[in-house]
Design a protein around this ligand. Structure first.
Ligand SMILES: *Cc1c(COP(=O)(O)O)cnc(C)c1O
Length: 414
């Protein structure tokens, strides 16, 4: 559990993730944390219970380095604390993190920690479908959603500048499934000039925590569907919010106490065990995806291959080079033959499977227009570039030559 040990602050993320956050002395010396499946915690005295509640409810500030005694597992538990401490070093510029039982739970809780009735949230489109649904759900409750098309930096500056009672700026970059990028630093600068000082939140699921570091670019919160690359094995649902300031994370935790959407001990343990390999996996997935995307570029069945190293728009190239260390494990292909060709391709794949979600060890493919993006209206689909022939591919860690052979035989079968 938490030993906020300064001894490990001077090492790099990949080392810190293995050395920080877990004290074997608190788990009978076991090399891996135990799983604490308790719903409630025993106090040594009534005074201790009173003190723990005073800290948890914010009546008193903890002493430097002090952590409130555990009370009840909806608030926190040893495995959530270990996971939160261990994930912080993976996000440069972070001070604290809060874990949730899904990515949507993290996004909802982060937004509700900063939104006020009558307040506005400026957001890039397309966003993950669930997130768009959440913003539309909040509108009748008095929240104003202000959409801006991804990659349109001028429109984003202007939307932020003119937003009244602006509580949050929510970016998702790269966008799904077109990989259009938004300049995080520029958006954060616009937000910093706004008198309301809106919180800048970035859904960093696609390229973080390995290849894109929003907090270093001025964002306040980095949000994750831990279900994807962090979890990495397509076997858990999880969400994480990682913050630059302790205050904001504490606000999210107090909402989490109320909503009851903390990540449970077993899932925390699982996600915890995946953290040290996230950069290994993502590096391999990115290398595989780059080889595949570049090999398929120009194929006679395809009208385009969408991948950051193949960007043609100078502004998109500039953003990619400035804010992403590597291009990542996702790419999309657009079929000249539209939906029929896309479906033929999907039907004929032998290694890559057809499923939504992404970021797992295995290669997954999907047809966004008929699945993940089927809730969008015609104009929304057109504006976000989700065409009939578009297929999204989440590349796994298989040998890339086998994947390429699989894609080539499925393309030949159209
Ligand atoms: C999957 C996903 C989410 C939602 O996460 P869940 O863990 O499914 O709740 C949010 N944002 C992005 C970019 C995603 O890919």
């Amino acid at each position: 559990m938490a030993d906020h040990d300064s001894a490990h602050n001077d090492v790099r993320p990949r080392t810190a993730v293995l050395t920080r956050g877990f004290d074997p002395g608190l788990s009978f010396g076991s090399a891996r944390p135990a799983v604490f499946r308790a719903s409630t915690y025993v106090f040594p005295s009534p005074e201790a219970a009173e003190h723990a509640f005073a800290i948890t409810t914010g009546k008193i500030k903890p002493a430097p380095g002090e952590r409130a005694d555990l009370i009840y597992s909806r608030f926190s538990h040893p495995n959530s604390e270990i996971l939160e401490d261990q994930i912080v070093p993976l996000e440069p510029g972070a001070t604290d993190a809060a874990v949730f039982n899904s990515g949507m739970a993290a996004i909802m809780t982060a937004l509700l920690a900063v939104l006020r009735p009558g307040g506005s949230v400026v957001y890039t489109t397309p966003l993950y479908g669930g997130t768009t649904g959440l913003i539309h759900f909040l509108e009748p409750w008095g929240v104003k959603g202000i959409p801006v098309r991804s990659g349109d930096s001028k429109a984003l500056d202007e939307a932020i500048r003119s937003a009244k009672d602006c509580c949050a700026v929510l970016l998702e970059t790269p966008a799904n499934p077109t990989l259009i990028m938004t300049d995080i630093e520029r958006a954060a600068e616009s937000a910093a000039r706004h008198p309301d000082r809106p919180a800048v939140m970035v859904d960093n699921t696609f390229l973080g925590p390995t290849f894109q570091h929003p907090l270093l670019l001025g964002a306040d919160v980095s949000l994750y569907s831990g279900t994807k690359y962090l979890g990495g094995f397509s076997d858990i649902l999880a969400g994480v919010a990682i913050g630059k300031s302790l205050d904001l994370v504490q606000k999210m935790r107090s909402r989490r106490n109320m909503f009851g959407n903390i990540l449970q001990p077993d899932e925390c343990w699982l996600l915890n065990s995946r953290l040290p390999t996230v950069s290994l996996r993502m590096n391999r997935q990115s290398k595989n995806a780059q080889r595949l995307a570049e090999a398929l570029e120009g194929h006679k069945q395809l009208s385009s291959v969408i991948y950051p190293t193949l960007f043609k728009d100078p502004e998109q190239k500039r953003i990619f080079e400035k804010q992403c260390a590597y291009p990542g494990g996702l790419f999309s292909i657009d079929f000249k033959g539209g939906k029929a060709a896309a479906f033929d391709f999907l039907r004929n794949l032998r290694i890559a499977r057809s499923a939504v979600s992404l970021g797992g060890l295995e290669t997954l493919t999907c047809h966004p227009k008929s699945t993940t993006h089927s809730g969008m209206t015609g104009p929304e689909l057109a504006e976000s570039g989700v065409t009939d022939g578009l297929v999204r591919i989440s590349v796994g860690i298989e040998d890339w030559r086998d994947l390429l052979a699989d894609f080539e035989q499925a393309l030949a079968a159209i």
